[in-house]
Design a protein around this ligand. Structure first.
Ligand SMILES: Nc1ncnc2c1ncn2[C@@H]1O[C@H](COP(=O)(O)OP(=O)(O)OP(=O)(O)O)[C@@H](O)[C@H]1O
Length: 655
């Protein structure tokens, strides 16, 4: 073989055969040849790799130049070029969002591991043929919209709240009275920024089309009042009752909570608030929202503000006679990242069809980009063909969209379905020294409340129930909310702790009726229940008075889940503690989540970003070991009996 080309074959003798001299000599010659060929192959592979990398670099810089010129990759090349940090069109569920976060975490973990793997290979003296190391992924620079990189920034610390009197030019007297009656005497940082902005926007909405608003602020920072106050003040001037405001939330309990806040602040006004979450029969809910006129020819709306979950709202739009959103002016999406990830249920399209009636022909993407001035101009003069939320409703006012979340997604791939108009972003500062507006290098960074104390306990799986027992019985923790990874885990922990301790424990699940859940929560608030065990369905948005501790019995899958779970405590400027139980194998995953949440520009040492460890020694758990073992035995017996019962029921059902 004189010349080597890419198709050359290399024979590597694997079978050594008998150990004769001739054979040895032959082998030595073969080995020298093989080594020679291998080094040639490696050299060639390196050259090819270099060429490939440089051509990729050329492509990526071309793509960036094109993008900054306002030309998309698709337009430039006619092909789809996948960009890092962008979701795919199919990523519609929250799981997909979580999967993406999990993939990032996996990637970070594999980066951490790669050095270890390399040294292990070398130390074992393996012959390295060709490319052993993974080719480095070249990250293209992401071009982020200005509205995301230049948000209005406010402080995280709730201690920086301001007296209500300072806002007398924004908040009217009637509202001031209601606020002080409800013991709201100061405005929290997010409210100081968002309320004046929204009040001004809504007052001028008949002259200037308001910018759509996105708000990213930590859990318990008072986001609900930030939209309730301006909306109630604005609607108070209305004459005829029509559904002008729609607030959509992902789950029933949250919707009920927001409904109650609206109800409180609509007192002494003629405004009516409706709730559609399936808490009553369909007919009853319909009759509370819309009614036939006396002559039987028309329908009247009975509500000005409608609070709903997506599923029940779609039901109402499709089945309720006389219901329409033709007069909708404001659409609020609370927990918006979750709402956007639920778009696969078509709730947004249903809203559009209810707003535009039969004029709606197809789903429209007229406002994918929020920065291009020409397209903004066009959006003021949207053609008759346009039928997305960018257009005007029948009352000729465009729909003003307001999005809130503690973990707001600024992923343009997802937001484009909401068709945001010249959006403005309000977000909490991760840097305490920053001013009220400025550049942010990390627009998607989400924070936990300033008042939250965080700990982790490293323990084996079988010691975790004992640790919860220790925290409750020995350290006397009370008003504790404990999150597990599944309903089964909740039930298992509940049964074990009931056997082992004299604690008053409740298991909270979606199987419980709304009334029963409300009763349990009331007892918990009155300190008649020490511990509530639940799965993640209650991690978002629930505002339960005075939760002191959150225990993450199973560690969170990603930072979004962590932020919402621990956000049930340390609310409204109160102190709170979160403790996460992690097994040794889960530790590196959890450390990455912690690093991502606590990352600061001034901190270079990774270990500083890790959550503090709390140590519970085996000797401290010992006194309870025998009780724990007998509780485990009883539990396994229950599980067997349960499984048998299910089998019998299944058999009977078949016959
Ligand atoms: N200005 C204020 N003064 C005192 N308490 C307030 C004020 N604003 C809100 N609160 C209280 O703070 C608590 C948390 O408010 P809210 O539920 O609006 O938080 P959030 O930011 O929406 O949290 P999450 O992201 O978890 O839904 C509520 O009990 C609310 O009554």
């Amino acid at each position: 073989m004189d010349s080597m080309d890419s198709m050359d074959l290399v024979a590597i003798p694997r079978f050594m055969g008998h150990n004769t001299d001739a054979h040895d000599q032959h082998l030595t010659t073969m080995n020298t040849q093989t080594t020679h060929l291998l080094s040639k192959l490696i050299a060639e592979s390196k050259t090819r790799k270099k060429l490939r990398l440089s051509s990729q670099l050329d492509q990526s810089s071309d793509a960036n130049v094109l993008k900054s010129d306002g030309i998309t990759n698709d337009e430039a090349s006619g092909e789809d070029i996948a960009e890092p940090n962008e979701g795919t069109h199919e990523d519609n569920s929250e799981e997909a969002e979580e999967d993406k976060q999990n993939e990032d975490i996996d990637e970070e973990m594999s980066e951490d591991m790669s050095e270890v793997v390399d040294t292990e290979l070398d130390s074992n003296n393996f012959a390295i043929i060709g490319e052993v190391k993974k080719a480095k992924i070249i990250k293209l620079e992401t071009i982020t919209d200005k509205w995301i990189t230049k948000p209005v920034i406010f402080e995280r610390d709730i201690k920086n709240s301001k007296n209500l009197d300072e806002f007398s030019d924004v908040i009217d007297e009637q509202m001031m009275d209601l606020l002080s009656k409800n013991r709201i005497n100061r405005l929290f940082p997010v409210q100081q920024q968002v309320i004046p902005y929204l009040v001004k926007c809504l007052n001028n909405s008949h002259i200037i089309r308001p910018k759509d608003v996105c708000v990213c602020s930590p859990t318990g920072s008072g986001k609900t009042l930030s939209f309730v106050i301006p909306i109630v003040q604005y609607l108070r001037k209305r004459v005829v009752t029509k559904v002008r405001v729609l607030v959509v939330l992902p789950v029933r309990d949250l919707a009920v909570q927001v409904f109650q806040v609206f109800h409180t602040y609509c007192q002494k006004t003629s405004l009516k608030v409706g709730l559609v979450v399936g808490h009553k029969s369909f007919d009853e809910e319909c009759h509370s929202i819309v009614r036939k006129s006396v002559d039987g020819l028309n329908y009247h709306s009975l509500v000005d503000i409608l609070v709903a979950t997506p599923g029940k709202l779609v039901d109402l739009i499709q089945r309720a006679d006389g219901f329409s959103l033709r007069h909708l002016e404001i659409l609020v999406l609370d927990e918006s990242d979750r709402m956007v990830s639920e778009l696969q249920f078509n709730w947004l399209q249903e809203i559009e069809s209810s707003v535009f009636g039969n004029n709606r022909k197809h789903h429209c993407f007229c406002s994918i980009d929020g920065t291009d001035n020409d397209s903004q101009l066009n959006r003021y003069h949207v053609s008759n063909e346009c039928c997305c939320l960018n257009n005007r409703s029948v009352n000729s006012k465009p729909i003003h969209k307001i999005l809130f979340s503690a973990t707001l997604s600024t992923d343009p791939e997802k937001l484009k379905f909401i068709s945001l108009f010249e959006p403005i972003l309000f977000m909490v500062s991760s840097d305490p020294t920053s001013s009220t507006s400025g550049n942010t290098s990390n627009p998607t960074k989400h924070l936990v409340p300033e008042e939250l104390k965080e700990f982790m306990i490293i323990a084996k799986e079988d010691r975790k129930p004992l640790i919860v027992w220790y925290l409750m019985e020995v350290l006397k923790y009370r008003k504790v909310l404990c999150f597990t990874g599944s309903v089964e885990n909740s039930h298992r922990l509940y049964s074990l702790l009931k056997e082992m301790s004299g604690l008053v424990i409740a298991e909270f699940s979606s199987k419980l009726s709304a009334k029963r859940r409300e009763k349990l929560l009331n007892r918990f608030v009155c300190e008649k229940i020490d511990l509530i065990i639940c799965s993640d369905i209650f991690a978002r948005g629930l505002d339960i008075d005075g939760i002191n501790y959150v225990i993450c019995y199973d560690p969170p899958r990603n930072e979004t889940q962590y932020i919402h779970r621990v956000g049930r405590t340390a609310r409204a400027g109160n102190q709170g503690t979160a403790i996460t139980l992690v097994t040794p194998t889960q530790l590196s995953h959890f450390n990455i989540i912690s690093r991502r949440i606590h990352k600061r520009s001034d901190c270079k040492d990774k270990s500083e970003l890790q959550i503090e460890k709390m140590v519970v020694k085996e000797s401290q758990l010992k006194p309870q070991l025998s009780k724990y073992k007998s509780a485990l035995n009883k539990l396994s017996l229950y599980i067997k009996v349960d499984a048998k019962k299910k089998q019998i029921m299944k058999r009977n059902f078949k016959h």
